[in-house]
Write a protein that binds this ligand. Structure first.
Ligand code: CP
Length: 325
């Protein structure tokens, strides 16, 4: 694995290796050793052309816990506003000594272009591109679910065979949904997507998932281990010139996870959300703050998962030969 661009490119063994490495990272940084020397002398650049709280900060925290230097670039306030291209921006940052680039971009495919156009010669990690992929989000979701299903750290080699996951909401604009469908099915889970027809992409029938429109029916039929609520991406609807349909009130009534629906879930089912949440729209405060919610856990696990991918991509021969952390 040279880059991390899409969950569709990960096979089962690679995905499980990342989760196992993240477990080792969580164990190590949760004990007395808070910082590992693994990436000392290397520089990680975070290149964000779109806003972020969780992903950017947790990549920075992960790189620093591995002793890397970190340069944070945000398009806002940079020479991008003067028209500088992605190629020139990336080459400028590589010239300053980047050993790895973490990129978030509003255009689907931008990280792939950065990795394969020959502009730069370092590993590229996709931190979210358009409506396409957000691989580290899906990996931290899988890590969180794996732990919850095992009641704690999962044994090495554990996948998600037979786990049932219902993903609800704005699938049309969601790179999180695409990444999760790819990764969860690679790991052996069964996925049901629930959304109004207007918020499903063309071609969703070809995805390896069951598609439904009635949330209450789907929750009864699927008997999920996890319900993953998606953020309604109103900013992408406005950018596309579209309105919000159905209305927010109607959306919450038909597709929101509220206290009543929470009560119908199987006893061990967890509630997931990648954040940021629209409280009162796709998820009620009661569901978001309930003991079943893994929202805060997902954020914490994001640091371990991002440590794992930085280690596997940037640590060179040590990571390839499986040197003990
Ligand atoms: N889940 C996620 O990607 O959050 P941020 O946009 O805050 O990074």
């Amino acid at each position: 694995m040279r880059h991390l661009l899409s969950c569709a490119e990960l096979d089962r063994a690679e995905a499980v290796r990342i989760l196992d490495t993240a477990e080792a990272m969580a164990e190590t940084s949760g004990r007395t050793i808070r910082k590992l020397p693994t990436l000392r002398g290397r520089t990680v650049v975070t290149l964000f052309f779109e806003d972020s709280t969780r992903t950017r900060i947790s990549f920075e925290a992960a790189a620093k816990r591995l002793s890397a230097d970190v340069i944070n670039f945000s398009a806002k306030g940079s020479s991008v506003s003067k028209g500088e291209s992605l190629k020139d921006t990336a080459q400028t940052l590589q010239a300053m000594g980047a050993d790895g680039v973490v990129v978030r971009h509003p255009s689907s495919g931008a990280p792939h272009r950065l990795a394969h156009a020959g502009w730069i010669d370092v590993p590229v990690l996709n931190a979210g591109d358009g409506t396409h992929q957000h691989p580290t989000q899906a990996l931290l979701d899988a890590f969180t679910l794996r732990r919850r299903l095992h009641g704690g750290p999962a044994p090495v080699g554990t996948a998600l065979d037979g786990a049932r996951v219902v993903i609800v909401g704005d699938v049309l604009h969601s790179r999180v949904a695409r990444s999760n469908v790819d990764l969860l099915t690679t790991l052996g889970a069964e996925v049901t997507l629930v959304a109004p027809p207007t918020l499903l992409p063309v071609g969703v029938g070809g995805w390896p998932a069951t598609v439904a429109h009635d949330l209450d029916d789907a929750l009864v039929t699927a008997r999920p281990d996890a319900v993953m609520m998606l953020r309604v991406q109103r900013e992408r609807m406005s950018a596309a010139g579209g309105g919000f349909f159905p209305s927010p009130l109607e959306y919450h009534r038909r597709y929101g996870l509220d206290g009543a629906r929470l009560g119908t879930l199987p006893e061990r089912a967890v509630v997931m959300h990648p954040g940021p949440m629209n409280r009162g729209l796709e998820i009620s405060a009661e569901a978001a703050d309930s003991p079943r919610s893994t929202v805060v856990e997902q954020v914490a696990n994001g640091v371990s998962v991002r440590m794992a991918v930085l280690y596997l991509l940037l640590a060179g021969h040590e990571a390839r030969e499986g040197t003990e952390l």
